[in-house]
Design a protein around this ligand. Structure first.
Ligand code: CA
Ligand code: CA
Ligand code: CA
Ligand code: CA
Length: 279
């Protein structure tokens, strides 16, 4: 009976020669002496069940990140067979512009730790950019003195990222009332997310210039100052009429931008009350 050992070495299909001899010293019948050396060999053909490979296993089968949270997910890496030398797997997040990072730049597997899974944690950044659902690739490469593993192909991991950003223009309420005595009030305008190009808020104007006027007609937000509120000052206008306190609106008109997420957005108007000073 010929038995093969299930080892963890990567050998490929291989064969072992089993040969036979008559022991002429122990065999008393000298008639068999001549037979020695002419006995047939037996070749045992061994099928190998070990192969060089690197297995990636994603948690729950995929790598999913959400800018709102959880912003992390993980996957594991291990070798499918025993290497003859260290195998170093380099981990690269290709698309750093999308803010996806990995906690391990490389993983080292030895001839004793090759079958122990090592974990890579993937993290997404909660950025202020409108991207919609998007993805980012994490790639791997292997180097080793074991030619079975050096440069071997390894699967990519695709990180799927759920976005939490929506383009929008936030207009505050008015800080207070204006007055016919020239009292002023203010409101601010700011963008919700970082635009990809300048955003101009056009046509800021009072619907009732007899009660209040604004100090500027346009606001420009850039990719740098998009998150800094800009102030519009409203100044009450006088008349000689006993007209009571009058509510009026400030128009904050359409956004113009080559960033299509912002182009055409119409912000809210602002309601102001101008206090009468006649009696
Ligand atoms: Ca975000
Ligand atoms: Ca985003
Ligand atoms: Ca008045
Ligand atoms: Ca008035």
């Amino acid at each position: 009976t010929v038995t093969a050992v299930d080892d963890s070495n990567i050998e490929g299909a291989h064969s072992v020669l089993i040969n036979h001899d008559i022991d002429t010293v122990l065999t008393l019948d000298t008639a068999y002496d001549a037979v020695s050396g002419t006995l047939a060999d037996v070749t045992a053909n061994v099928t190998d069940n070990d192969s060089a490979g690197i297995t990636i296993t994603e948690t729950l089968g995929s790598t999913d990140l959400d800018e709102t949270g959880p912003t992390q997910d993980s996957y594991t890496v291990k070798l499918t067979g025993q290497p003859t030398g260290n195998v170093v797997v380099t981990v690269t997040s290709i698309d750093t512009v999308k803010g996806v990072t990995v906690d391990m730049a490389s993983l080292t597997f030895t001839d004793t730790t090759w079958n122990i899974s090592q974990t890579v944690t993937v993290t997404a950044v909660d950025d202020p950019n409108v991207e919609g659902a998007h993805s980012s690739i994490i790639s791997h490469s292997a180097s080793s003195s074991d030619t079975n593993f050096n440069g071997i192909g390894i699967s990519d991991v695709t990180a799927n990222i759920t976005d939490n950003d929506t383009a929008g223009i936030i207009v505050s309420t008015i800080s207070g009332d204006t007055t016919e005595a020239g009292g002023t009030a203010t409101f601010t305008v700011v963008l919700n997310t970082q635009p990809t190009a300048d955003v101009t808020i056009t046509g800021i104007a009072s619907f009732n210039g007899l009660e209040g006027i604004v100090d500027k007609s346009n606001l420009i937000f850039t990719t740098g100052n998009w998150n800094i509120p800009q102030t519009v000052t409203v100044t009450g206008q006088d008349d000689q009429i006993v007209d009571g306190n009058v509510a009026y609106s400030i128009q904050v008109n359409t956004a113009v931008s080559s960033d299509l997420d912002y182009d055409g957005i119409i912000p809210d108007n602002v309601v102001v009350i101008n206090l009468d000073d006649d009696s």
